[in-house]
Ligand binder design. Structure first.
Ligand SMILES: Cc1cc2nc3c(=O)[nH]c(=O)nc-3n(C[C@H](O)[C@H](O)[C@H](O)COP(=O)(O)O)c2cc1C
Length: 198
């Protein structure tokens, strides 16, 4: 049994060589070197039916995703900017977190969540990071102070997730350190929803 904290990464696109998937891979690799275990859900693993449809939970991929998010001590999200916001692929995957609503730790409660946005310009980087962080708040996660914005038109990643740009590598390193640093802090208190009997 591996007792190290678990960091779950979600993101990327179906495009071969996806920058958002490689940036995510790079960030998780740094986190792993800092002593956590990691698992990456790339575009194939996130290619799920629209959440809420009749049979959406009959897919084993959905069960794997929910199980990993339930166990996660921290999460890293990585998205392209598609028309100024995160991809539908990632948003749909995050909608599956609704299956965690009745958990002891509902949704992403108490977990640090790092966000990475890849775009072709600063405007979409900003709006995409903002929308991702709003979703993290809605899921009761704790967005890290640093959000990583990458101009994918000017950066080349290798398969391990290391980039041609030292500044990008530095940002991914800082994000991994914030995630792992938060995981090693005292657990935060879970706020239970009030019910009529209380
Ligand atoms: C459907 C679509 C919409 C896009 N919209 C934007 C956009 O609004 N702003 C922008 O800067 N880049 C936009 N891009 C460029 C992507 O954000 C950029 O190529 C990103 O790096 C893709 O991620 P990937 O390398 O992981 O596939 C768009 C690309 C696609 C395919």
């Amino acid at each position: 049994m591996d007792h190290r904290p678990l960091v779950v990464g979600l993101g990327g696109t179906t495009r071969p060589g996806s920058s958002s998937e490689r940036a995510l891979r790079g960030c998780l690799a740094i986190a792993a070197r800092l002593g956590v275990q990691t698992v990456l859900f790339g575009a194939d693993a996130l290619d799920l039916a629209h959440y809420g449809g009749a049979n959406c939970m009959s897919n084993p991929k959905a069960e794997r995703l929910i199980a990993a998010l339930r166990r996660a001590d921290a999460v890293v999200l990585s998205s392209p900017a598609y028309h100024g916001a995160l991809s539908g692929l990632l948003k749909n995957a995050l909608d599956y977190a609704e299956e965690l609503r009745n958990d002891e730790r509902p949704y992403l409660d108490g977990r640090a969540v790092g966000c990475i946005a890849c775009a072709y310009g600063p405007q979409a980087i900003g709006t995409t990071l903002t929308s991702m962080r709003a979703i993290v708040h809605a899921l009761r996660g704790w967005p890290t102070p640093l959000g990583v914005g990458i101009n994918a038109s000017q950066v080349i990643f290798d398969e391990s997730g290391a980039s041609s740009t030292p500044d990008v590598n530095d940002q991914l390193d800082a994000l991994a350190r914030q995630i792992v640093g938060f995981v090693k802090m005292q657990p935060v208190r879970t706020l239970r929803p009030l019910c009529a009997a209380e």
